[in-house]
Write a new protein. Structure first.
Length: 189
């Protein structure tokens, strides 16, 4: 299989199932942003962080591939001619959200209570988490935008919402683990 097909040279791309749409279609923006998020998470995973976080992030990356496939499949192509659902066995489940919630709770139990917003930064690894969090929020917004025109998995949107929370708390936890300074945002009076 060749990497280049030349089929996109006119500004269109194929969705899962074969339909072609413009490359700036909201569906492409949605799963393209999930792909961007996956790359940022790979960068976080490549840092000198606890292996537990690396393992969770690998699981997250796998789930993001699933969400990308969900977003790349138009509703009309989701059910095959034999009646089976194309995405049925990809594996995004409620327990994936529960995993993120449990990880958030465990990290928060080891952190001081947050009394102010915090400024992103303090350590390169922490900054990568904040960038990933922002990209995750954008991916979520784009999926919600797409859902105004076509059905989108509620579970996929919920997962991205919880993932952005996880990335924020991971940034705080890594700030503590790396002994970086957490700078509180205090508005001018």
């Amino acid at each position: 299989m060749k990497v280049y097909t030349k089929t996109g040279d006119q500004g269109t791309t194929a969705l899962f199932g074969g339909d072609r749409v413009p490359k700036d279609h909201i569906r492409i923006e949605s799963y393209g942003t999930v792909d961007e998020l996956n790359s940022w998470i790979g960068l976080i995973r490549d840092q000198q962080i606890d292996t537990h976080y690396q393992e969770v992030l690998i699981e997250v990356q796998d789930r993001l591939f699933t969400i990308g496939a969900i977003l790349a499949t138009p509703p009309a192509k989701e059910v095959l001619k034999n009646g089976t659902r194309r995405l049925e066995n990809l594996g995004l489940e409620e327990r994936d959200i529960t995993l993120l919630e449990n990880e958030i709770d465990a990290m928060e139990a080891a952190l001081p209570q947050m009394t102010h917003f915090v400024l992103p930064g303090g350590h390169t690894t922490v900054s990568y988490c904040h960038i990933a969090r922002c990209v995750c929020r954008r991916a979520e917004r784009l999926a919600v935008h797409l859902s105004h025109d076509e059905p989108v998995s509620d579970l996929a949107i919920k997962y991205m919402n919880r993932l952005s929370d996880y990335l924020f708390v991971l940034a705080r936890k890594l700030t503590a683990d790396l002994r970086a300074e957490e700078v509180k945002w205090i508005p001018r009076k």
